[in-house]
Write a protein that binds this ligand. Structure first.
Ligand SMILES: Cc1ncc(COP(=O)(O)O)c(C=O)c1O
Length: 399
């Protein structure tokens, strides 16, 4: 039985309990244990004698073997993330979210296979498909994020995987994941979801039938903008293949970074609630401003994705977009440069608010982004939203 099958605890409790196994936090010889799995730094693992080396030296996982295969700090994070996805078998960790996505696609696709990739995907995900996957003979077709059940018409005999990202992290379309999963399941096609925006707290991917859930832990799980990591949480059927590929590629993560991620994970539930509330307060204020043409936030009634979001998601995170009415590049730049509480920078999900301009029209291929108004993305942090709103207000005055 995978630890994700334990349904007796609710998600917020799992965030607190996850990975704190007595064998990783204590030592019977010392008579007690500590709260957090300590940071086990290791390259070399020592064996008692040759007999021990022969037995433990063949361990595949969850036994000390060699640093690259992880130590209890690493296993504790993987264990806690698996626990958050009821129905999953296990979690693999990667040095970044991009590494998780690339390794997952590489593990599950072979020359001659066809991949359906959502047109709103994070740009480096597309870049991996158009670059390395194309070179290896895997063909990628991009599909409209709003395709829903009509994805069935795009599945070919050689289609092996459908990749989803919902909501899209620049343009915030909400995908009909249950409909896409149903179409994929019927044809034996694997589904892989970038669940970074929602995390399993707001969207438990396995409950919705997804086969592989990806997260950039760099964002909300880490939550403090000081560490990078990615994860793949996999079904029982795909777990051995993904683990083997990860071992073959030699991908491993630092136990120090895992300790940072575990620290972030413990407070994810309260942070997510606050990110969501603050984000909605700012989004509602923006929606009422005459300088704003559109707010791209699925939790706002009237957003094209609101119906599906309300049906499938348990809440909202703090990442969304808006367009400047009749604005141009110069107005967008003046607005962003005038803000003092919003950092200008990539990434998101940290405790501090961030802002970036984005240009989806340059990225799309299956769909057209025809909105003429410049788009801005906000990651709303844990500040008092009244201060953020005051900062944005003076930004509008600066345009
Ligand atoms: C939706 C999404 N997925 C994946 C990633 C990649 O994560 P990382 O920066 O940890 O490689 C990002 C990064 O911005 C992202 O926005």
């Amino acid at each position: 039985m995978s630890n994700s099958d334990d349904e007796s605890l609710r998600p917020a409790t799992k965030l607190v309990q996850g990975g704190r196994r007595p064998e990783w936090t204590g030592d019977p010889r010392l008579g007690g244990g500590v709260v957090n799995p300590p940071v086990w730094r290791a390259s070399t693992i020592l064996y008692d004698n040759i007999a021990d080396l022969k037995t433990r030296g063949h361990a595949t996982h969850d036994k000390l073997y060699y640093g690259r295969r992880g130590t209890p700090t690493v296993w504790a994070l993987a264990d806690a993330l698996t626990m958050m996805e009821p129905g999953s078998e296990g979690t693999l960790l990667y040095p970044s979210g991009v590494a998780a996505i690339s390794a997952g696609l590489l593990a599950l696709l072979s020359p001659g296979d066809h991949l359906l990739m959502v047109d709103s995907a994070y740009e480096p995900t597309r870049s991996f498909c158009n670059g390395m996957l194309a070179r290896l003979g895997v063909e990628t077709s991009y599909y409209d994020p709003c395709v829903g059940a009509a994805i069935a018409d795009l599945i070919r005999p050689e289609t092996k995987l459908i990749f989803l990202e919902s909501p899209g992290s620049l343009t915030f379309e909400v995908q009909d994941i249950p409909a896409i999963v149903a179409a994929a399941r019927g044809r034996g096609v694997t589904t892989m979801l970038d669940n970074t925006w929602a995390t399993p707290l707001l969207f438990p991917a396995f409950r919705h039938g997804v086969d592989v859930a990806v997260m950039s832990l760099t964002k909300y799980v880490g939550g403090h903008s000081d560490a990078m990591m990615g994860s793949l949480t996999a079904s029982k059927a795909l777990w051995p293949r993904l683990r083997q590929a990860t071992y073959q590629l030699g991908l491993s993560v630092s136990p120090d970074d895992c300790a940072l991620m575990l620290r972030g994970l413990r407070t994810l539930d309260v942070r997510m609630q606050r990110h969501g509330e603050n984000g909605l307060a700012v989004a509602r204020w923006l929606a009422a401003r005459e300088e704003v043409a559109r707010v791209l936030h699925p939790a706002l009634p009237g957003d094209p994705g609101h119906g599906i979001w309300s049906r499938d998601f348990a809440g909202t995170s703090g990442l969304f977009g808006f367009t400047l009415k009749g604005g141009d590049e110069a107005a967008r730049t003046r607005f962003i440069d005038s803000l003092s509480l919003f950092g200008i920078g990539f990434s998101w999900g940290g405790y501090e608010s961030l802002i970036v301009p984005s240009n989806p029209a340059d990225i799309r291929t299956a769909t057209t982004w025809s909105d003429p108004d410049p788009l801005i993305r906000l990651s709303i942090g844990l500040e008092d939203p009244a201060d953020l709103i005051a900062d944005l207000e003076q930004g509008f005055a600066a345009i």
